[in-house]
Design a protein around this ligand. Structure first.
Ligand code: 13P
Length: 253
């Protein structure tokens, strides 16, 4: 059985004080109310990684992740944060290739393959995002695009490296729009991704890869989405910013 993961992507939200309150409220609610063994990750802005990590202490269920890292290991890249820096802070996860990075910061498959490599080299697990924009879904070419994104970002890896990657399918038209993919649409694409992984790495390896769904996941739809056979949890934006909502989403896993 694959580990269920519910990751909150806080994006560029919250002051430090608000971040501390959110993390502490979710931590308390998870301890008191959440059964099962779903893993929770707070993907927080860079400045909050250490404070939130320190606040969590040795929490076995909840860990922290970054939202990006540089493709370079060190050097004159003002404003960037490297994988070795994250590793030195004890950060286990990093989101790579989020659609907002692809769209607003021009990150493409080639760059993302480099970021995946540098993250893995330094012992971080990438949460690698893929997903199609609305016009691609409407043109019915979404499966081809997502397969291409997965190939570009991950297919150069060997099987052992791939097993350290978490994939997040996030259709761009569902992000922050309140328009979530139906459970069937999510399951269909997750199955396409897993079959594509199997075509390269074999079914046994593909069956171990955790594939999260992201895009307007909320307390009302989480359980149905996370019950799909190929959906192993979620990458959650808006609903991860409110402790009660996020806790309810976690309960769905
Ligand atoms: P929303 O849950 O706000 O739609 O955002 C999804 C997302 O982009 C998570 O990475």
């Amino acid at each position: 059985m694959r580990q269920k993961i519910v990751a909150g992507n806080w994006k560029m939200n919250k002051t430090l004080e608000e971040a501390n309150i959110l993390a502490s409220e979710v931590t308390g609610m998870v301890a008191d109310e959440v059964k099962g063994d779903a893993k929770v990750i707070f993907c927080v802005p860079f400045p909050y990684l250490l404070p939130i990590k320190n606040q969590l202490g040795n929490n076995a269920r909840i860990s922290v992740g970054a939202q990006n890292c540089s493709e370079h290991e060190s050097g004159a890249y003002t404003g960037e944060v490297s994988a070795p820096m994250l590793k030195s802070m004890g950060i286990p996860y990093v989101i790579l290739g989020h659609s907002e990075r692809r769209q607003y910061f021009g990150e493409d498959g080639k760059l993302l393959a480099k970021k995946v490599d540098v993250a893995l080299k330094h012992g971080l697990s990438p949460i690698f995002c893929c997903g199609e924009p609305l016009e691609v879904r409407e043109a019915n070419t979404h499966e081809a695009l997502v397969k291409k994104q997965v190939e570009e970002g991950l297919f150069h890896l060997n099987a052992d490296a791939l097993k350290k990657v978490v994939i997040a399918y996030e259709p761009v038209w569902a992000i922050g729009t309140g328009k979530t993919a139906s459970a069937q649409q999510a399951q269909d694409m997750h199955a396409v991704i897993r079959t594509h992984l199997a075509s390269k790495y074999g079914q046994a390896v593909a069956d171990t890869i955790i594939i999260l769904y992201g895009g307007s996941v909320n307390a009302a739809n989480a359980k149905e989405l996370f019950s799909c056979p190929d959906v192993d949890g979620g990458l959650v934006g808006g609903a991860s910013l409110k402790s009660r909502d996020f806790t309810e989403v976690i309960k769905g896993a």
